[in-house]
Write a protein that binds this ligand. Sequence first.
Ligand SMILES: Cc1ncc(COP(=O)(O)O)c(C=O)c1O
Length: 496
Amino acid sequence: MLPKSQDAGCCDVDGATYTRRRGFTSIYLLIGIPCQVGVEMVTVFPQKSSTPEFRYPTCRWYKTALFLKIEKKERAFLPKLKHGVSCPKIGEWLTDGGIILETPTFATRMSRLGTESAFEVLAKAKQLEAQGKDIIHLEIGQPDFPTPSNIIEAAYKAMKEGHTGYCPSAGVPAFREVVAHHITETRRITIHPDEVTVTPGAKLIIFFTILALIDDGDEVIYPEPGFPVYESVIDFIGGKAVPLPLREEVGFRFRLEDLVDAISDRTKLLILNSPQNPTGGTLTAEDLEAIAELAQKHNFYVLTDEVYSRILYEGEHHSILSLPGMKERTILIEGHSKTYAMTGWRLGYGIAPQAIADKITRLTINSNSCTATFTQLAGIEALTGPQTFVKEMVAEFQIRRDAIVDGLNAIDSVSCVKPLGSFYVFPNVTQLPLSADALADYIMEEADVALLPGTAFGKYGDGYLRLSYANSLENIQEALGRIETAISKLTSDSYD
Ligand SMILES: Cc1ncc(COP(=O)(O)O)c(C=O)c1O
């Protein structure tokens, strides 16, 4: 029997709060069973814990733990634990869907590391597919086009020529040169190859920059709803994550007043992302000028995530790096994943002042050593070879964007802003009778369409869904039809 001190009531309260705030479909509770009599410890491990208030004293003493997967609607069974349950053996599955595990004790920081729920939704969708369901995937953020063949050929040639060993940690010199030239041209500011650091995917530049710059308690302002990795990594590293709300009424940009309010004496870094994931919003040249002025006045760095810079449907891309006085305090993130449909190749890079670039390289030496040599050589072909693929892909995305925006706006109680960039839409569903989380679950179950609740991108995403249109027009049309049917059923049911 669980000792009486293992009252699970408090877990219920916190778990429920967490679920509401973060929008997860399920939560996991880990209830430690102390081996030392009288030591009372309860540890709550939500799937994505980044909020310290949900952490209880970590139990270093327990040998066994109850690991219970609790679906949102099934939380009612929790009070049973209050009266104690018999303690099954390690590895034994509980009828509730939990399992008894022997748990290692983790470093405290691990409880602050979040995740990307797109991968969890994908796993759930795959599970449903295995059961014979025909799921349409609108949850995943990667182009549905194959990598252009000239890039594949270049990688193959590089491998055949023996470029299969380690390379310099900062990147292959020839690739860094091509990148420096590309950024010099597109951002209209001279970049030296020494200011380029190559990593296996742009994501690592986010991680390494925050790791290199942020000390305990330093504040980092980041856009919300935003790419979940920003908040997760800031928390993990011990920084203070300060969300900057993006607002639908201004095309999912942030208001300058909100930025001014978010700045404090401890602000060390501001993260920008334009075109944006998950909303597709873009910052204007005027926004960037005002932000640059604030960065210089308050002396903070800017990490500008521009991985969608070329997936833009109107106007031209603006980068804060181009503005006077900003090169010294800007780290630009770019990569080949989205532009050249190379997500699985893992090829990204950062442009940073030499001193910061050196630290990113030092972190590379201590972690992944380098980015695959042949991938970088293929990356040269991507940047210097024909660019027709990019143009055609963006033209196709634009057709789909128009179709999905029109389709969503035609659904009763749903409204969708037409985004200017990336390949996501972020429809407003506040008029519907379900929360965004419940609605995303409902659409998956009822319409066989996988998409994400806005809360997967932070609390300001509440009331929205994110749909990726990196899927064929035919599938998008089919998904829209299914969503419309499911939603009309939902609204008519709720008025019955
Ligand atoms: C805003 C944003 N930044 C960075 C990344 C990471 O890209 P990469 O595949 O190059 O690591 C993504 C991927 O989805 C993204 O959406």
